[in-house]
Design a protein around this ligand. Structure first.
Ligand code: AMP
Length: 471
């Protein structure tokens, strides 16, 4: 329920459709949950690159007149979170430049972990940066490459990057997409048929974007793979040797939409499994199961099915909370949470409640929700969390706060229980999380639960201080 997270993003790319901008817009509309601070689309008519980006929600930014300024059959789009106080619009994506490889635009989901070294190196070579985002660095690496083609320069650039990246590029005559060799962030490949049996190629962070535009999900861009869609057709090639996979498990726990297929797996299935396993590991002597909407719904359904306790939507979320609202000048206690959630007293009065949510980060929101349920008449509140304690920050594209702010990194489960004022608190074990996503081959990243990072984080101090500065 945090409002302001940066780095978390959604990307789309459309190749070969006369209404590419409109499809990109619809794709972004479905990916709005991945970032609500700014959005942008770039298109090309084969000559110029046209761009529009702005702060705000996709549906408010892309009006008909705006979409009318984005002609051409190729488009990429991006939606992102960012922090207040940042030079936000400058960091909005896609980034578009004219360089020695032609006109290019890029949008990025993830986090490049060696960005500080790359910036310093490029700065010494004379590069000037406009934004504080990682993504601009990629464009400078492309411009500095001695390779003649964009794909060649891109290959060279990507080999210098470390960390997480699912990227979509737009050039005058082609779309290129690529994924880091660990496959941290998702990137799905789809196809859509339109008038006269013509086919167009689409790419998106999540398959829910395909459903809205009527595209069919084919597979994923492989980790370490690049897909080029140009005048010569579609070309899929490896740009990096195979490495151990580290797909982000948090996409299945919280971040992706439950109607998406992510890393080839239905998110809803994973979440219901999480809830079922949680019910087995952390049962509760209670009367009903209540989800924290929307993040706890699927796990609560699983918990209810496994435990036999009835599922009740006793917290109602206002889905229309806008960015601007008039707060009363006289502070109302817990106003922020009340604005979003309201308890159904009639369901809660005198009941022993199992409250299911996906995670506790700082603990402050969870405490407000536990209080809210109790004040609405619940006799007992048993909080159940559908993943292990979040003990370490993510450097691969999910903006968890620093370790000192993560309540589980320096408190025991019993201390957290006391802080959130629950009668009992239970977390899912790591083994069960692994089981819920069917990770038999160790293909997921669990660093936020283990502190065991799958890549070298050479400049971890710099990464942390850069993050703090951007807050
Ligand atoms: P808190 O109790 O303050 O730690 O907040 C917990 C709430 O934050 C839960 O409802 C989660 O669904 C939500 N949450 C967890 N991780 C994130 C994230 N990366 N971005 C946005 N919200 C999150």
């Amino acid at each position: 329920m945090y409002d302001k997270f940066h780095e978390e993003c959604g990307v789309v790319a459309i190749s070969g459709h006369p209404e590419a901008a409109k499809l990109a817009y619809l794709g972004l509309y479905s990916l709005q949950h991945r970032g609500q601070e700014s959005a942008g689309i770039c298109t090309t008519d084969g000559d110029e690159i046209f761009c529009h980006k702005s702060m705000g929600h996709v549906a408010d930014i892309f009006t008909s007149p705006v979409l009318g300024t984005l002609p051409g059959e190729l488009a990429i789009g991006h939606t992102r979170y960012s922090t207040a106080g940042d030079t936000v619009l400058l960091n909005a994506q896609p980034f578009s430049v004219s360089c020695n490889k032609g006109r290019v635009a890029v949008a990025h989901n993830g986090n490049i972990t060696n960005v500080a070294e790359l910036r310093a190196h490029l700065g010494r070579l004379g590069s000037i940066f406009q934004a504080s985002s990682d993504t601009e660095v990629i464009l400078h690496l492309i411009a500095h490459s001695s390779e003649r083609t964009l794909a060649g320069a891109l290959r060279e650039a990507l080999l210098q990057l470390e960390g997480a990246f699912s990227l979509v590029f737009l050039a005058q005559d082609r779309i290129i997409v690529a994924r880091d060799p660990h496959g941290f962030r998702p990137l799905a490949v789809g196809e859509m048929e339109f008038s006269g049996g013509r086919k167009c190629h689409v790419f998106a962070s999540e398959t829910c974007a395909f459903d809205l535009i009527g595209a069919v999900y084919l597979n994923d861009v492989e980790p370490g793979e690049m897909v080029i869609v140009g005048p010569e057709g579609v070309n899929r090639e490896r740009w990096a040797p195979k490495q151990a996979l580290s797909q982000c498990v948090f996409e299945h726990v919280y971040f992706s939409r439950p109607d998406s297929i992510v890393f080839g797996r239905a998110v809803e299935e994973s979440r219901e499994n999480l809830g079922r396993l949680l019910a087995r590991e952390c049962p509760a002597d209670a009367d009903l199961v209540v989800p924290v909407p929307d993040s706890g719904v699927a796990a609560a359904i699983g918990y209810s099915a496994e435990s036999g306790l009835p599922f009740r939507q006793a917290l109602i979320r206002n889905h229309y909370v806008g960015r601007t609202f008039i707060e009363p000048s006289q502070a109302i206690r817990d106003f922020g949470v009340k604005l979003k959630l309201n308890p159904v007293r009639h369901l809660l009065q005198g009941q022993r409640v199992v409250l299911v949510d996906d995670s506790i980060v700082r603990g402050t929101t969870s405490r407000k929700i536990v209080r809210m349920v109790r004040q609405a008449g619940a006799r007992e509140v048993h909080l159940r969390i559908s993943c292990p304690p979040t003990v370490s920050p993510c450097f691969y594209g999910v903006d968890t706060p620093t370790r000192s702010e993560l309540i589980a990194s320096n408190h025991s489960v019993e201390e957290i229980r006391r802080f959130v004022e629950a009668d009992s608190l239970g977390y899912l074990s790591l083994a069960s999380l692994r089981k819920a996503v069917a990770d038999d081959r160790h293909e997921y990243c669990y660093a936020c639960y283990t502190g065991d990072y799958p890549t070298d984080l050479v400049n971890i101090e710099e990464l942390i201080s850069a993050r703090q500065k951007r807050r």
